[in-house]
Design a protein around this ligand. Structure first.
Ligand SMILES: Nc1nc2c(ncn2[C@@H]2O[C@H](COP(=O)(O)OP(=O)(O)O)[C@@H](O)[C@H]2O)c(=O)[nH]1
Ligand SMILES: [Mg+2]
Length: 199
């Protein structure tokens, strides 16, 4: 019963609501014509710099205050790419920064197609802490990395020239955002989409 209603939508249409069955089929066929790609995004960086908040703003488009990540968060972001007629489903792995969870971080960064290296511009130390994570992500090509300085709405303790120097030292691009106010966030979202599209 259950299977036949899916397998034979025309017959089903005669007996039930023809309009909704045809609509469902159109959606199904439409979806088949789109290319579909699954990708994995890793976020690394010190606890409290806004990784979970960035992930949730990418997915929902809004600022939602996050509770502390214990170990791992996974958010799923569906990106419809009209130009390429493709749908990209990005699983964003947001790794909790706490020392006690580090033992399983290596596996979680494995297979990632891109990585966001996040720090908090109001806490200088968090930019230096980026280095502690580099061993985990060295298998990911540098053009798939992006350095993200978050919380630009707060008083910065880091000069932009220092951030630029850090990005140059790492050999990667950087973007400064406020996930709270949304300032420059669209640039981050576009950069991430561009990287994923080329993956
Ligand atoms: N002022 C400000 N606070 C932010 C911003 N982004 C995140 N936060 C706050 O910083 C705290 C830690 O964020 P969270 O996403 O949990 O950090 P994570 O540990 O890196 O995942 C939360 O209270 C967020 O609401 C921002 O751009 N500006
Ligand atoms: Mg978190």
């Amino acid at each position: 019963m259950f299977n036949s209603s899916h397998a034979q939508p025309t017959r089903n249409a005669e007996t039930t609501n023809a309009g909704s069955v045809i609509f469902t089929e159109t959606l199904r066929l439409g979806a088949q014509q789109l290319n579909h790609k699954n990708v994995k995004v890793a976020m690394i960086g010190a606890g409290g710099c806004g990784k979970s908040t960035i992930a949730s703003r990418l997915v929902t488009g809004s600022f939602l205050d996050q509770t502390m990540t214990r170990g791992l968060n996974i958010d799923t972001w569906s990106i419809v790419d009209c130009e390429e007629e493709a749908v990209i489903t990005a699983a964003i792995f947001d790794l909790g920064g706490q020392e006690q969870f580090r033992f399983f971080h290596e596996d979680l960064a494995q297979g990632a197609h891109m990585v966001m290296l996040v720090f908090d511009v109001s806490r200088f130390k968090t930019m230096l802490e980026i280095d502690e994570w580099l061993g985990l992500i060295e298998h990911i090509p540098k053009e798939k990395w992006i350095l993200v300085g978050n919380k630009t709405d707060l008083n910065a303790t880091i000069e932009e020239s220092e951030i630029k120097a850090k990005a140059e030292e790492l050999g990667i691009r950087y973007v400064l955002v406020s996930t709270k106010t949304g300032d420059n966030f669209e640039e981050l979202a576009s950069s991430v989409k561009r990287i994923l599209r080329d993956t």
